[in-house]
Design a protein around this ligand. Structure first.
Ligand code: HEC
Length: 311
C-alpha cells in the first residue's frame, strides 16, 4: 500500500469512527433524555383542587344508571380496559410499547380504589390525577369531563356495587417506545388535555344535539376532539386509525343517513357492508338507548366538517 493510499484509508477510518461515535453519542444522549424526561413527568405531582363527588352508594336507581354509563358508554369495562368484572387486567403487552395495566377497581385484594373518597374519584375522573397526586397515563379522563356530577357519581356507585375481585394490580412496565412517546408529549396525559375550569354543559338526557355533546365526549378520546379521526394516541399499535366522523362529505359521515350511522355504531357495519375493527367498541354501543344514539347523531351534524386525520 502506498503512502497516499494509507493516508486515504486513515481518513476513511477516522470518518467511520466519527460517524459511529457520533451516532452512539446521539443514541446515548437520546436515551438519557427519554429516561430523565419520562421519570420527571411520571413522578411529577399536582395539587388539584376538586369538588367531591357525592356517591349514592347502595341506591338502586343510581346503580342502574351507573351500570348503563359504565358498560354502554364510558367504556370502563371495555374488553382490554378494566374488564367486565372491573377487576382489571393487561391493557397491552408488546414490545416496543411494553406492558400497561388497567387496575382493579373493585373492593377486592389488589384494588387501587378501595380507599378512594368522593374527592379522589372526582380527581381521577374529572382531572386525570390519581390518589398519589400523579397523572394517570392512557386513562381517558378527558372523555368524561362533559358528564354531570350526578352521572359520574352514579358510575362510581355502580363500580362500588360490583363483587370484590381479588386480582393483583400489576405496575406498568412501559417499553422504550412508550417512555419516549410520553417523554416527548406524543402521548399526552389526560390531565394536560383537560380544560380544568371549563363550564360543564347543562343538558338533560334526550335525543338532542345538546345532550349529544355530553355523550360524544366519550368518542373524542379515539376520534379526536374535532372528530376527524387519525392515529389513536396511546392506542394499541395494531389498531387501525379512528375514522372521520365529522360531517365531511368526502372522508367523513357527511353523506350518511341516520340509519347507516346507527348500523355502524350498534352493529359494526359500514354502509358498504364491511365490518369495523373491534378497536371501535360497537358491541358496547349496541346497548345504547335510541335517544342517546340519536343525540350523538344530532350533535355530530353540528360540528365543523374536517378532512380525515386532523383529529
Ligand atoms: C376505543 C376507541 C374508539 C372509541 C371510544 C370510539 N371509536 Fe368509533 N372507531 C374507532 C376505530 C379504530 C374506528 C375504525 C375502525 C375500522 O376502520 O375498522 C372507528 C370507526 C367508527 C365509525 C365508522 C366510520 C367509517 O367511516 O367507517 C363510526 C360511525 C364511529 N366509529 C362512531 C363512533 C362514535 C359515535 C363513538 C362514541 C359514541 C365512537 N365511535 C367511539 C375507535 C373508537
Amino acid at each position: 500500500m502506498g503512502a497516499k493510499q494509507k493516508k486515504k484509508m486513515g481518513l476513511v477510518m477516522k470518518l467511520l469512527l466519527l460517524t459511529f461515535g457520533g451516532g452512539m453519542l446521539l443514541a446515548v444522549g437520546g436515551y438519557g433524555f427519554v429516561e430523565v424526561k419520562y421519570s420527571s413527568k411520571i413522578d411529577e405531582t399536582f395539587e388539584q383542587p376538586v369538588t367531591a363527588l357525592e356517591i349514592p352508594e347502595g341506591s338502586s336507581s343510581a346503580i342502574e344508571r351507573g351500570n348503563y354509563l359504565v358498560n354502554n358508554m364510558m367504556g370502563c369495562s371495555h374488553s382490554d380496559c378494566h374488564r367486565a368484572d372491573l377487576g382489571g387486567g393487561v391493557l397491552m403487552d408488546e414490545p416496543p410499547m411494553g406492558m400497561v395495566y388497567a387496575p382493579n377497581l373493585t373492593a377486592g385484594a389488589g384494588s387501587v380504589t378501595k380507599e378512594y373518597t368522593g374527592e379522589d374519584w372526582a380527581r381521577i375522573l374529572r382531572h386525570g390525577i390519581k390518589k398519589n397526586k400523579q397523572r394517570a397515563v392512557i386513562m381517558p379522563s378527558e372523555d368524561y369531563t362533559s358528564f354531570s356530577d350526578g352521572d359520574l357519581a352514579a358510575a362510581v356507585a355502580y363500580i362500588k356495587s360490583m363483587p370484590a375481585i381479588d386480582r393483583e394490580t400489576r405496575a406498568h412496565d412501559p417499553g422504550f417506545l412508550l417512555r419516549a412517546l410520553i417523554a416527548t408529549g406524543e402521548i399526552p396525559f389526560a390531565h394536560d388535555k383537560i380544560d380544568h375550569n371549563a363550564e360543564r354543559p347543562n343538558a338533560e338526557p334526550g335525543p338532542t344535539a345538546e345532550w349529544g355533546k355530553v355523550v360524544a365526549g366519550t368518542c373524542s378520546g379515539c376520534h379526536g376532539q374535532g372528530f376527524s379521526g387519525g392515529k389513536i394516541p396511546g392506542g394499541d399499535p395494531s389498531w387501525p386509525e379512528a375514522r372521520n366522523i365529522s360531517p365531511d362529505e368526502a372522508t367523513g359521515i357527511g353523506s350518511w343517513t341516520f340509519e347507516q350511522f346507527e348500523q355502524a355504531l350498534r352493529h359494526g357495519k359500514r354502509p358498504d357492508g364491511t365490518e369495523l375493527n373491534k378497536a371501535m367498541p360497537w358491541q358496547m354501543y349496541a346497548g345504547m338507548t335510541d335517544d342517546d344514539v340519536k343525540a350523538i347523531w344530532e350533535y355530530l351534524r353540528t360540528v365543523p366538517a374536517k378532512p380525515a386525520g386532523g383529529r
